[in-house]
Design a protein around this ligand. Structure first.
Ligand SMILES: Cc1ncc(COP(=O)(O)O)c(C=O)c1O
Length: 468
């Protein structure tokens, strides 16, 4: 493949792409530690300034692959940190196609808009959400912000134009909610003090009675509640708030209910965990990240709205620099973003090729993985389960015999780093109240029961060495 006259030749791009994809996918089966420092020449090149003249393409691509190999990538079956993804190949294919076409979604885009809407309906149907409208966004952060902006306009009509000065707007979420809610409240101009963090029960779920009390107090105080954000799958432990009880409160108080299911919502489609999501159908809006538990590459999130019209009320615009017909629905009248990648093609292609039953089976298998690890931790004399998993996240710690309790946190933090340096599995430490734990989140459809068993094998092998 050459770039000598400026533009790359397409046959060359195809050949190079397929060779690199093949070696990338093969490399995922050979875990290695993430250590950019181990390659000083690479680090030196990463500090170089903008090249004025062409560089050799193959050498540059080789560097790109080395950089990717030395970066945190969740595609490996034993990547168990944060909330990863499976990186489905069908999604890679759709991403490449979408990039080649570079469809313009910043205006009515023809069939792409219909596909976008079909994919939104499929996601809603998969999890059991009564869909009015929705669209794809860059991630849970933007989906949550989108919902909050729609809720703000409903609670305080005209706030788009007038702002919220003169109103004491409030938003409610649990102590365990993701920080994206804080940031969404800030970005929506409500001010961080508008956010009420509601206490949780021993399962780390929002207490509906405490929510009702907070709403009553605020109403009596002259505040305007804008939204309640329930979390369906908290980031730390995978707790699902009691959606039905929260929906009761929201109905009584006539407050918008948004469900942040960025991580957990796909589990609503399963037999094993579906019962936790009772009440989902009563929400005004819900976030689901396809780049977490639906196997897509980042970034690919969906905001689902129960009623039609709320998005247009929040985002409709009247620009006249590009003429479009008055009554023609322009998709960007319902989105915060103008130009954006054709994200829905990934999920549409993957859902069509694999089918809903396969997705359901995959998600069930990750739930079985967390149940398997939790059982192994319970049965192991040197490990302690710190939280009973509701979904696919397991928080546990190594408790070697004879180690004083006040050294457990430092020990588990060092153990997590040792596991990362070892490279066979990748997990990150987390803080559960005052306890440092090893946190494992199963969302990769390729993780096998043998992989699950490797977690305690590796952790006890490294943990016991740390301790001598
Ligand atoms: C519950 C929850 N909400 C929102 C987010 C933010 O999602 P994103 O990174 O896609 O913006 C996360 C990320 O982990 C999350 O776990």
């Amino acid at each position: 493949m050459s770039v000598s006259d400026g533009l790359a030749d397409r046959d060359g791009v195809l050949r190079v792409l397929s060779a690199h994809l093949a070696s990338a996918w093969a490399s995922f089966d050979h875990p290695r530690p993430v250590e950019p420092e181990a390659d000083p020449r690479l680090l030196e090149r990463l500090g170089a300034s903008l090249p004025p003249w062409p560089s050799d393409l193959q050498a540059t691509l080789n560097d790109a692959v080395r950089i990717l190999d030395a970066s945190v990538s969740p595609s490996r079956p034993l990547f168990l940190a944060y909330v990863g993804s499976s990186g489905l190949e069908t999604s890679v294919l759709a991403s490449a196609l979408a990039a080649a076409y570079d469809t313009n979604l910043a205006t009515a885009a023809g069939a792409a808009d219909l596909l976008d809407q079909q994919a939104v309906r499929w996601v809603a149907e998969f999890v059991g959400f009564p869909i009015g409208e929705g669209h794809f966004t860059s991630g849970g952060q933007v989906s949550n912000l989108t919902a909050l902006l729609a809720a703000r306009e409903q609670a305080l009509p005209g706030s788009r134009e007038n702002g919220v000065a003169g109103h004491r707007a409030t938003v409610y979420c649990s102590e365990e909610a993701h920080h994206s809610i804080v940031r969404a409240v800030e970005a929506a101009g409500l001010g961080r003090r508008a956010l009420r963090r509601i206490a949780t029960d021993p399962q780390r779920r929002m207490r509906a009675d405490a929510l009702a009390d907070a709403l009553a107090r605020d109403r009596a105080d002259g505040c305007t509640p804008v939204a309640v954000v329930a979390t369906a799958g908290t980031t730390l432990t995978g707790a699902v708030d009691p959606l039905d009880a929260i929906a009761d409160v929201c109905e009584r108080e006539n407050v918008w209910l948004h469900i942040d299911g960025a991580y957990g919502l796909p589990a609503a489609a399963t037999t094993a965990a579906g019962h936790w999501f009772s009440g989902l159908d009563r929400a005004d809006s819900a976030t689901i990240d396809a780049h977490k538990w639906l196997g897509m590459q980042k970034s690919c999130s969906v905001i689902l709205m129960h009623r039609r019209g709320a998005l247009r009320a929040a985002f409709g615009h009247e620009e006249r620099y590009m003429l479009h017909e008055e009554d023609t629905a322009n998709p960007v009248d319902r989105t915060f973003e103008y130009s954006r990648p054709f994200r829905s093609l990934r999920l549409w292609l993957s859902m069509r090729v694999h089918g809903a039953a396969q997705f359901r089976a995959w998600i069930e298998s990750t739930l079985a993985n967390s149940a398997r690890l939790a059982a192994a931790v319970r049965a192991h004399p040197q490990f302690e389960l710190l939280d009973e998993p509701m979904l696919s996240t397991v928080c546990f710690r190594h408790v070697p015999a004879g180690l004083p309790a006040d050294q457990l946190n430092a020990h588990n933090e060092r153990l997590a780093r040792a596991i990362q340096q070892d490279g066979r599995i990748y997990l990150a430490p987390a803080a559960l109240d005052d306890a440092v734990c090893l946190r494992v989140c199963f969302v990769n459809f390729r993780t096998t029961p043998d992989d699950v068993d490797a977690v305690l094998t590796v952790a006890s092998e490294l943990g016991n060495v740390l301790n001598v």
